[in-house]
Design a protein around this ligand. Structure first.
Ligand code: HEC
Length: 213
């Protein structure tokens, strides 16, 4: 199963998971024990399936993650803490614990978004001639420096790595315009890098990316 399938399944089940906990927390806060019991019964089986998919897809993606850094470690810790806390909250009918668990889950979600945003933030290059008017300017070298700064984290030095679901660039058949569009708009886990490159940089990246073929 391709990474992108895990990614979309994970996103869907995480959303459902958080929604279920949110409804439970609200019912608990309202002190509506009857409705909470009814809701618990209603979601019992779906919740089991959702939790299982949540962990399974999460584990698969974790094994192929591009950059396991502190931010991601904190996100993971929050999720791991939130779940037993939520289970205990409903067992003990503790409002404080239920709210805390929901807060932890939302924070984890926020951190996941921050983690993704890191890839879309431009890493400046200083070790290469970037002025196309300069006599020693080399388009391919310019592209290489940009690629190493921004793209190898997923695509690897040889363009073949498939971290975070990246596609093998040696097998790519995309046109120049398609490559530019992909960099600007992103796709699945490929980040959207809309406004970080000027025309020259895009040209250089295209030249370098096509060099892998
Ligand atoms: C966070 C990981 C990540 C980063 C960083 C990243 N990519 Fe990607 N890239 C992907 C993924 C995932 C795909 C596959 C998208 C899809 O089609 O589902 C992809 C696909 C591509 C493709 C298309 C391959 C094909 O023909 O199907 C090109 C070209 C490409 N990336 C270039 C780049 C360039 C250039 C950069 C840096 C500016 C970059 N990528 C940075 C993850 C990444």
């Amino acid at each position: 199963m391709p990474f992108v399938a895990f990614y979309h399944t994970h996103k869907l089940v995480v959303t459902l998971f958080v929604l279920i906990y949110l409804v439970k927390a609200i019912l608990l806060l309202l002190g509506n024990k009857e409705a909470l019991a009814r809701f618990n019964k209603l979601v019992k089986i779906p919740e089991m399936v959702i939790s299982l998919l949540f962990f399974a897809t999460g584990l698969v993606m974790l094994s192929r993650i591009a950059n396991f850094n502190t931010l991601f470690a904190i996100k993971l810790t929050l999720v791991v803490l939130a779940i037993p806390l939520a289970v205990m909250a409903y067992r003990k009918a503790s409002k404080v614990m239920a709210v805390l668990a929901v807060l932890l889950l939302f924070s984890a979600y926020g951190l996941a978004e921050m983690y993704k945003a890191q890839f879309a933030k431009k890493h400046e290059v200083t070790n290469v001639v970037t002025d196309p008017q300069a006599a020693n300017y080399d388009l391919y070298k310019h592209g290489e420096a940009l690629f190493k700064a921004q793209c190898t984290v997923c695509h690897g030095d040889d363009g073949k790595a498939s971290r975070s679901g990246a596609k093998d660039l040696t097998l790519s058949t995309r046109s120049d315009a398609e490559i530019v569009a992909l960099i600007k708009n992103g796709k699945n886990t490929m980040p959207k890098m809309a406004n970080i490159y000027n025309e020259q940089e895009l040209k250089a990246l295209v030249a370098y990316v096509k060099g892998f073929r």
